[in-house]
Design a protein around this ligand. Structure first.
Ligand SMILES: CC(C)(COP(=O)(O)OP(=O)(O)OC[C@H]1O[C@@H](n2cnc3c(N)ncnc32)[C@H](O)[C@@H]1OP(=O)(O)O)[C@@H](O)C(=O)NCCC(=O)NCCS
Length: 180
């Protein structure tokens, strides 16, 4: 995976009904540690990273790269939405395409925040890189993620086996061009 360079970055903060999407900042570092060290968040993602290792190794401003959005509620980070380029992928259908990922703190689950943030990030993507589809891979056992993918307009391309689990590859077709 690589970032979405050469897209213009960081964008102006994006406001949704309840959230702000923005590039990461130094004040988000402790939340990134919580997010990346959380066993619940990584239940379907191959397991969490060690907290002491993250405390030591995360840069002062973590995850600041084109396509990495922090979702903030009342100014405080509650999750990350990632749009990356799948330069390499296990499935040929995904190679070269933009790939959506999302990680939210467990205390922010079940309130529609992930759906709200991802929809806004995809709208930004449609404006930044018009005419491009987006793919998404998730374990099919990750029911919250599967529901979110469907809500965001992803439909199944294929299922495949990797990392000891069934994976689901979905695709969101390009948004239709805006009439001029
Ligand atoms: C995947 C993940 C982001 C989903 O989070 P989530 O909070 O369940 O997702 P949503 O934002 O869609 O919210 C879901 C629920 O909030 C409820 N909700 C409550 N208030 C709401 C509101 N105002 N608007 C919309 N939904 C609302 C809805 O009922 C919805 O439930 P439904 O899906 O059964 O309809 C979260 O489980 C997570 O971070 N998991 C760990 C990381 C991971 O596995 N990522 C996948 C790898 S790509």
């Amino acid at each position: 995976m690589s970032d979405l360079s050469p897209v213009a970055w960081p964008p102006a903060p994006i406001r949704t009904a309840r959230l702000v999407l923005r590039a990461s900042e130094a004040r988000d570092r402790a939340t990134f540690v919580d997010l990346l060290a959380s066993p619940e968040v990584h239940a379907y993602l191959g397991g969490p990273r060690r907290r002491d290792e993250l405390e030591r190794e995360l840069p002062e401003v973590p995850e600041r790269w084109p396509g990495s959005f922090v979702a903030a509620l009342d100014g405080a980070m509650i999750g990350q939405v990632l749009l990356r380029r799948a330069t390499e992928h296990r499935r040929p259908a995904a190679v070269g395409k933009a790939d959506l990922g999302y990680l939210f703190l467990p205390r922010a689950w079940g309130a529609g925040y992930a759906a709200e943030a991802c929809a806004a990030a995809l709208d930004w993507f449609d404006g930044a890189l018009p005419g491009e589809p987006v793919v998404l891979a998730t374990q099919s056992a990750n029911t919250a993620s599967m529901r979110l993918a469907a809500k965001l307009g992803f439909t199944e391309v294929e299922r495949f086996h990797a990392w000891d689990a069934e994976q689901w590859l979905g695709l969101r077709p390009p948004a239709p061009p805006v009439p001029s």
